[in-house]
Design a protein around this ligand. Structure first.
Ligand code: URA
Length: 254
């Protein structure tokens, strides 16, 4: 399951809750072991909402914990990791009541970078989101220590090459303001190379003094306060689903 949204087929739900293959689940239903809100179930294609209905198998109540998706505004100093001996992690910022087994940040921001980190316990999703084939766009607000000239958008669009020979995919640069002391811009990239944004600006000849991720695929930071988080809205979960369901076959080919 890529995301959870209300109704789902009973056989799928039981499969995900660990009751075996579709065939094994069918057998359980045929043997009249499954009840929904107390009523015996004979139809494995029945749609149920595990948040609103009580499902029992052989008298045992099904405990089903849907995947969670949070957007966190990471402050500088916090690391994008599950645990760290030295620094506070993004998971430390999640209230214990909202924590789930397997919660992890999808991708990494540098310790001094602020902004949007997606946190979930949906394991395969992170792999899909970060897979280069999906080209998930990320937008950063950047401040640098020098001028960004009229040539800069073209420079970034042209595919910057690092000294080690790595060539970046074209990036979109929107300059907000420029002066010899401080310039501000938004940059959108579709990859996630190590220190990519900082290295791209270095290749242009300026140093990043502040970096904040404001967008990750269809998700925006909005006015989420630094150090706080929220669950994805249903609308965002739908966007999520569209992106990944339409790309899964493509991904599996490669
Ligand atoms: N690029 C960087 O250089 N750092 C980040 O944290 C993210 C993108």
């Amino acid at each position: 399951m890529l995301w959870y949204n209300g109704l789902m087929r009973l056989d799928k739900l039981l499969g995900q809750a660990g009751f075996g293959s579709r065939g094994q689940v069918k057998k359980l239903i045929r043997r009249l072991q499954v009840r929904v809100d107390g009523d015996l179930v004979r139809d494995d294609s029945l749609n149920v909402d595990p948040n609103l209905q009580t499902v029992t198998v052989s008298g045992q109540r099904l405990s089903y914990s849907p995947d969670v998706y949070y957007i966190l505004n990471k402050p500088s100093g916090v690391v994008s990791a599950v645990s760290d001996v030295e620094h506070q992690t993004v998971i430390d910022l999640i209230d214990p009541k909202d924590r789930r087994e397997g919660l992890y940040p999808v991708g990494r921001l540098d310790r001094d970078t602020e902004g949007l980190v997606l946190i979930t316990n949906n394991g395969p999703l992170g792999y899909r989101l970060l897979h280069p084939k999906h080209h998930v766009d990320k937008t950063y607000y950047v401040e640098v220590n020098d001028e960004l000239g009229d040539d800069a958008p073209f420079f970034f669009e042209n595919g910057i090459a690092f000294l080690d020979g790595t060539v970046c995919k074209p990036a979109k640069l929107d300059i907000v303001s420029s002066s010899s002391e401080k310039s501000c811009a938004y940059i959108t990239i579709s990859e996630g190379k190590f220190h990519q944004v900082k290295k791209m600006f270095l290749a242009y000849g300026v140093k990043v003094t502040y970096l904040e991720r404001v967008r990750f695929g269809p998700f925006s930071l909005g006015d989420l306060a630094l150090g706080t988080y929220r669950s994805l809205t249903e609308e965002e979960q739908k966007n999520y689903c569209l992106i990944f369901e339409t790309n899964v076959e493509y991904l599996d080919e490669g």
